[in-house]
Write a protein that binds this ligand. Structure first.
Ligand code: NZQ
Ligand code: ZN
Length: 384
């Protein structure tokens, strides 16, 4: 059924060349700003200089070192500094990890319910959050226009998500030129992540949500079209701009309103990152094709639809189902991303550990909530 929905997205997006210059106008004049960043890419590609130039007259405290798959341990150091310095505005400059980490900090700084890890672990309610602005340098996660964050904890090898409208960025600046410096691996990861986000919200079962389906198919076709172009020619502005906007639209809620969603691939993928440190997008590629094979009956109609509408395949229904699964796997592979977990040395021990974790959490995944821990084992066994 096309379900009822409420949609509210307050993020002001400033898209395009030179938009970092608008920064000063976006942040309240009296704000006590903390600039958050990652491992230093912004120092090398000129983004830090642009940000500092735009905020020349402001006093800014900096907190760097937020890692890919941002950790609770690192972020809590930032939380302490922000509390001491009475920070009231967080400016995230970097990729999805820096922004996710900043969202967690925004919630954790004023949190009064004990250890902020509980915001992730037991979904402890937050009552307020420090406002966030973002300068995004890596198109992938959609974090720039959504209210989700995914945080890792090194000490326990866990990776957990949070979601709360209080951590929507107030604004996000998306200048495709800031992404020209991305290594090939990261841009491939970004394409694969956005592609998988779209699939998680589309490849379920039909509910006659014509527009959401067509929009999802457009995002997929855009990624298929511009992905290889932007990989080959990183400074082709138009291709990078289309890629960047597609990644935002893939997870800003437009394609998911009113429709069933899956997200099992992400849940399983997060465990593979937590246990093996594999890049987020790369974990998705070793799960989705195998999940589709295991769930091909339940997802049959949508597999046929995607085969026809996105890849223009022809044939019997059985051929179309098989064609869709193969086209999806092949898309990851053309980006240079493997589709088998064994590539990363993952074997039966990891499969068993993932099963145990899901049993302990007593959670089933997928649009029918029928991806039980045993089904996860079936999926991963096809991948190893
Ligand atoms: O740390 P620095 O030095 O900045 O380098 C980063 C990092 O090493 C580098 N990078 C970023 N922009 C660059 C650049 N290098 C050169 N030029 C640039 N312009 O790229 C590396 C990876 O960055 P990261 O932020 O980790 O990548 P991504 O944006 O793919 O974020 C991945 C994280 O987001 C989470 C993932 O789980 C993972 O932790 N996700 C967040 C979601 C959300 N908030 O809605 C949904 C996603 O499904 C995902 O789970
Ligand atoms: Zn993702």
């Amino acid at each position: 059924m096309f379900s009822n929905f409420v949609y509210h997205n307050p993020v002001r997006v400033l898209f395009g060349k030179g938009q970092i210059a608008q920064l000063n106008k976006q942040i309240p004049a009296q704000a006590n700003i903390m600039l958050t960043y990652g491992g230093g890419s912004i120092m090398q590609n000129g983004v830090y200089d642009q940000v500092k130039a735009a905020l020349a007259d402001r006093t800014i405290i900096e907190f760097g070192g937020i890692e890919a798959n941002p950790t609770y341990e690192t972020l809590m150091r930032g939380v302490e500094i922000a509390r001491t310095e009475k920070i009231d505005f967080l400016l995230s400059v970097g990729g999805g990890s820096v922004l996710d980490g900043t969202k967690f900090m925004a919630a954790a700084i004023p949190f009064e319910g004990g250890d902020p890890w509980e915001i992730l672990a037991s979904k402890a309610r937050i009552k307020t959050a420090v406002p966030i602005g973002a300068v995004l340098t890596l198109p992938a996660t959609g974090s720039e226009m959504n209210y989700f964050a995914v945080i890792s904890r090194t000490s326990t090898q866990e990776k957990k998500g949070m979601g709360n409208p209080l951590v929507y960025p107030v604004f996000s600046i998306l200048d495709p030129e800031t992404t020209f410096s991305l290594p090939e691996r990261q841009i491939a990861n970004g394409i694969a992540d956005a592609f998988t986000h779209t699939m998680e919200q589309y490849l379920t079962y039909p509910v006659d949500a014509t527009l959401q389906d067509r929009m999802a198919e457009s995002v997929l076709q855009t990624l298929i079209e511009v992905g290889p172009v932007t990989l080959k020619n990183p400074t082709n502005y138009e291709a990078r701009a289309s890629m960047m906007w597609a990644a935002t639209v893939a997870l800003n809620g437009w394609i998911s309103v009113g429709v069933p969603q899956d997200w099992a691939t992400h849940q399983i993928g997060h465990e593979l990152t937590a246990l093996h440190g594999i890049d987020h997008a790369r974990t998705l590629a070793v799960v989705l094709p195998h999940l589709l094979r295991v769930k091909s009956t339940e997802k049959r109609e949508k597999l046929i639809q995607v085969a026809k509408r996105v890849w223009n395949l022809q044939g019997t229904d059985d051929e179309l189902v098989e064609g869709a699964i193969q086209a999806i796997a092949q898309f990851y592979e053309t980006l240079g991303i493997p589709t088998h977990a064994k590539t990363y040395g993952i074997g039966p021990e990891t499969v068993e550990e993932v099963r145990k974790r899901f049993v302990a959490r007593n959670m089933n995944f997928g649009e029918h909530a029928d991806i039980t821990p045993d089904v996860v084992v079936q999926i991963l066994n096809l991948s190893i």
